[in-house]
Design a protein around this ligand. Structure first.
Ligand code: C5P
Length: 209
């Protein structure tokens, strides 16, 4: 299969040197990309700004903002069999991005935000027969929100995790996830992100049969 995997945070610039972002490091998405390559799949990897190295065999497209990521996803969507949307896309961006560095004495201490496009919802509108897997990182009620997202974003599977649990979520090498589909919910124990990557690829292969 040819897979499109997104990873990392997005960065929403306020001016050339300041931005809004989140704690995602890209580890989970890169681990899935590695597992996919090891299983013999081709990988289009699109990631926001991260400080880790992408797998050598991935076709890597670095991006900055959510709008950049949406454009890159739409470019590759027609040529892939499945999408795994691991990226922690920023929900909002500044309404205006200043061309020059803002000066503290002249700017108002208020930043007006506008919503970013929801990439999965945009995929849902135009996709043909691609399988789509999303992520749901929450700090509480992870499963409840995951079921809602599965429906709303038109997903085949969602990987839910409570990022407030020790050993789970951002910037650590392990995670605790549940796989949620229309038919069932499967809880996995604490695992390395590499092992979770392999499990996700295995489920994807099963779904594509
Ligand atoms: O709604 P929430 O951000 O919790 O949904 C998480 C899932 O949606 C992830 O798979 C994430 O990559 C995706 N997402 C997206 N576009 C956004 C925000 C999140 O595709 N603007």
């Amino acid at each position: 299969m040819r897979l499109l995997i997104t990873a990392g945070p997005t960065r929403e610039h306020i001016d050339p040197v300041r931005f809004l972002s989140n704690c995602s490091t890209g580890k989970m998405g890169f681990a899935i990309a590695e597992a996919a390559i090891a299983a013999g799949h081709e990988v289009e990897l699109i990631a926001g700004p991260v400080s880790i190295k992408p797998p050598a065999k991935a076709n890597y497209t670095p991006v900055v903002s959510a709008c950049d990521m949406l454009a890159a996803v739409m470019k590759y969507l027609p040529i892939v069999d499945a999408v795994i949307m691991t990226a922690a896309v920023a929900d909002w961006r500044p309404a205006e991005q200043a061309q020059d560095k803002l000066k503290k004495h002249t700017m108002e201490p208020v930043i007006k935000l506008v919503p970013n496009p929801d990439i999965l919802s945009e995929i849902k509108k135009v996709k043909t027969n691609q399988l789509v897997i999303g992520f749901a990182a929450e700090t509480r009620n992870a499963l409840e929100y995951a079921k809602d997202k599965l429906e709303r974003k038109g997903l085949d599977m969602i990987v839910a995790n409570d990022v407030s649990l020790p050993g789970a979520g951002f910037a650590v090498d392990t995670n605790i996830v549940s796989f949620v589909t229309q038919k069932n919910i499967e809880h996995l124990p604490l695992m390395s992100k590499q092992e979770i990557g392999c499990e996700i690829i295995r489920r994807l292969e099963e779904m594509s049969r």
